[in-house]
Design a binder for this molecule. Structure first.
Ligand code: SF4
Length: 306
């Protein structure tokens, strides 16, 4: 992805929801996109699958552009990029049995024939740890965790290369979250899929991601290998996010929460967008925009890392 921008025009303002994002996602890799609500992470994922129009910049899959395409031009990539949503209940048709839900993409994309579609449905259910006997049931007859497994099976039906997982565990109980994360890890090991994993839960990030991109007001401010980012965050915003993770301790907490609100992407602060909330800000910060500077195993958008 190079210099990708997704801007929306409202009546009076230009909203820069995604404002110049660059990254590379490797085959078989999980890259987590993190940041507070409204930082642009979901808008970015939706732009990749054609649900939000891209204003400028490019995204490529194996060197083939996937931005700036017509509906017809995008169709071959639809199969390779699959989106898995936070709320599987609203993305599953309540009038379809699970067998019908999974058969539809298999038949539509030529991954099964009428003769073998039932056995393919059973294989998909087994891939996500569900009993094929359940395939005649409807979505409301399943638990939240089971429905998320069905959503993952539906995404896998078309043999994608990349799954865009948008807050896929945030609506689930903690014990079920762990099961879904383990399932995604084992599927990745078996099939070599890449995941773009959007979440605000840093515990989930540490568990599943190889690298982490931290977003703030439409831009990436730090992108590092996961363990390095958690052990020694380079950007003051990442440091503040990590300090905000709740910990159980008998000692009273001395951690200071991050002050202030996330600025609106319709009127981002001048210079470094984080400067109004940054405890390390100095006179240069409101005047100049930092670029991404190399740090150990990644990059950081802060003058202190120049
Ligand atoms: Fe803070 Fe300045 Fe670094 Fe921005 S550039 S994160 S304001 S120190």
């Amino acid at each position: 992805m190079r210099d990708l921008r997704v801007h929306f025009r409202t009546e009076s303002t230009l909203v820069r929801a995604v404002d110049g994002v660059d990254f590379e996602l490797r085959a078989g890799e999980t890259l987590a996109l993190v940041g507070e609500s409204g930082c642009g992470k979901s808008t970015l994922a939706r732009a990749l699958v054609g649900l939000n129009p891209v204003t400028s910049g490019t995204a490529e899959l194996d060197g083939r552009p996937i931005t700036g395409l017509s509906r017809a031009g995008l169709r071959p990539f639809r199969r390779e990029l699959q989106l898995v949503f936070q709320d599987p209940y609203s993305s599953l048709n309540p009038r379809f049995t699970i067998a019908q839900t999974l058969a539809e993409p298999l038949l539509l994309h030529g991954k099964a024939t009428r003769a073998n579609v039932d056995s393919k449905v059973c294989a998909l259910l087994s891939q996500v740890g569900l009993d094929s006997e359940l395939r005649a049931r409807y979505p409301h007859e399943f638990s939240g965790g089971q429905r998320q497994r069905i959503s993952i099976a539906r995404a896998l039906a078309v043999e994608p290369r990349l799954l865009l997982c948008d807050e896929v565990t945030s609506a689930l109980d903690v014990s079920i979250q762990a099961q879904i994360l383990d399932l995604l890890k084992s599927i990745q090991q078996r099939l070599g899929l890449s995941y773009l994993f959007i979440t605000h839960d840093l515990g989930v990030v540490r568990y599943i991601a190889h690298r982490v991109a931290v977003m703030y007001v439409g831009q990436i401010v730090e992108l590092r290998e996961t363990e390095r980012l958690f052990e020694s965050p380079a950007h003051p915003y990442t440091q503040a996010l990590l300090r905000s993770i709740p910990r159980v301790s008998a000692e009273p907490s001395t951690r200071k929460p991050l002050a202030g609100e996330v600025p609106s992407p319709a009127s981002p602060p001048s210079g470094c967008r984080f400067h109004p909330r940054c405890p390390s800000a100095f006179d240069r910060c409101p005047k100049e925009q930092p670029t991404l500077y190399p740090v150990e195993s990644g990059v950081s958008r802060c003058f202190l890392n120049e």
